[in-house]
Write a protein that binds this ligand. Structure first.
Ligand SMILES: [Zn+2]
Length: 181
């Protein structure tokens, strides 16, 4: 019961939040869910799956909450560029607004705090579950991403230190779950 009340409180707090965003040089206060819908429009224009968009809504909301003060010295919370998250208010549709509402207040938690939910607009044509990478398996071709997006990029990371420790930790975790618990 206590956990449910805490969850309800946290969801209510996240739902009621606002973010101060610099959009095209102007500072605008947005309801967090309005911000999430605008971020879906800016970052997920190629996603068609309802469930993928819901997952992205949770990731974008969590990212915003986690990094909310990163531009505090400049008088706002988040910028509208890929430095924070790309925001496109003009491209928001009724569907994206509904998806933001359906997931309203949901955050991804890690060790009692909103997680760091880095993501990329596209995988560059190859992707893999980090748990499989932790077992030494190689990334596989991602044809849907490759066929929809034209960008190709390559990133090589040397394992060792914190990166290797983080991948090993992720490899030991079960399937990621959005926090409604
Ligand atoms: Zn920024």
């Amino acid at each position: 019961m206590r956990a449910f009340l805490l969850w309800s409180l946290l969801v209510a707090m996240a739902s009621a939040a606002t973010v101060r965003v610099q959009i095209a040089g102007r500072i605008v206060d947005l309801d967090l869910e309005e911000y999430v819908a605008a971020t879906l429009a800016g970052e997920s224009s190629v996603s068609q799956s309802e469930e993928a968009l819901k997952a992205m809504a949770v990731a974008a909301r969590t990212y915003a909450v986690h990094f909310k003060s990163r531009h505090a010295a400049e008088g706002f919370d988040l910028c509208d560029l890929t430095h924070c998250q790309r925001v496109d208010r003009k491209a928001v549709t009724a569907r994206l607004t509904a998806i933001a509402k359906q997931t309203a207040g949901e955050l991804l938690w890690y060790q009692g705090k909103p997680a760091v939910t880095y993501y990329t607009r596209d995988c560059g044509g190859r992707s893999e579950d980090v748990r499989r990478l932790a077992r030494g398996e190689r990334a596989v071709s991602d044809e849907p991403c490759r066929s929809v997006l034209s960008s190709r990029w390559r990133l090589a990371l040397a394992l060792g230190g914190q990166l290797e420790a983080d991948i090993c930790l992720l490899g030991q975790l079960g399937p990621a779950s959005a926090a409604r618990h």
